[in-house]
Design a protein. Structure first.
Length: 271
């Protein structure tokens, strides 16, 4: 018998507020999440995959050029359970503040995704099917890690630390920017965010600093997606590499995703 347990309702939160200054001039007039990879924007790749997986509600946290992002959501996903949440502090804060703006969606099971990753649907399948834990950090293994990687130290399948500044001898894998919250995980994460942002200096923190603190309480497990296609896009060369990786096999468009999402929800509910 599988130890995988599904709730009847699962949300996803996409952190898509940033401009992506390291991608200039590509992001001079549009945010990073609207850059195209193999015919679709990064945001569309994410939303399409989430709908296909049966995610019930998607909240997209916007910031830079929110008008453009909201227009795509209105045109592409009209009538679907996808809504924006504007972060007015996007230009003076990091993604911990974006999490705070979406804290109302942190009820029950939810996925949290960085707005700059592209992945194939089996990545979601693996994460959603992972053994139940309060917090599940999606990780990938590779031969070497650079200064920009969000590095992870493990104790078997348990996460001990996650930080860009981990010493090389303590690095086992990297976080890809996708986290699954279940059981008491949503309540603990939301409470930790609210406590952190009582201090003005926390505006410049990454949300993974909160995950690192919760890992000390043995609440965070790892789910490896090694062998599956994904890409993080921070620099122009990343965009070119992602284009090469995804141009041959494209995921279904959202017009088909809605029907697939309904089937997946019925399966989770045992219908």
């Amino acid at each position: 018998m599988s130890n995988v347990q599904y709730r009847s309702y699962t949300r996803a939160i996409l952190l898509s507020a940033g401009q992506g200054r390291r991608l200039l001039p590509l992001t001079e007039s549009r945010p990073k999440c609207l850059l195209e990879v193999a015919g679709r924007s990064i945001m569309e790749w994410q939303v399409d995959a989430l709908l296909s997986a049966g995610i019930d509600e998607i909240v997209v946290v916007t910031g830079y050029r929110t008008d453009l992002v909201e227009a795509v959501l209105a045109q592409r996903y009209a009538g679907m359970p996808v809504r924006p949440a504007f972060n007015p502090f996007f230009d003076i804060s990091d993604n911990l503040a974006s999490c705070w703006m979406a804290r109302d969606a942190m009820e029950g099971d939810f996925l949290l995704l960085n707005g700059d990753i592209v992945f194939e649907p089996p990545v979601l399948e693996r994460v959603l099917g992972s053994p139940v834990a309060p917090i599940t950090l999606t990780v990938n293994y590779k031969n070497a890690y650079d200064d920009d990687d969000m590095k992870v130290q493990l104790d078997e399948s348990r996460v001990r630390h996650v930080s860009k500044t981990l010493a090389p001898q303590h690095v086992h894998c990297e976080s890809i920017g996708m986290i699954y919250f279940r059981e008491r995980g949503p309540r603990l994460f939301r409470g930790a965010i609210e406590n952190a942002l009582r201090h003005q200096t926390s505006l410049r923190l990454w949300y993974l600093s909160v995950i690192d603190a919760l890992a000390d309480e043995q609440l965070v497990s790892a789910c490896s997606i090694s062998g599956l296609r994904w890409a993080e896009i921070d620099f122009p060369d990343d965009l070119k590499a992602a284009e090469r990786l995804f141009q041959e096999r494209r995921a279904p468009l959202a017009s088909a995703s809605r029907a697939a999402g309904g089937i997946a929800r019925d399966q989770r509910a045992g219908k």
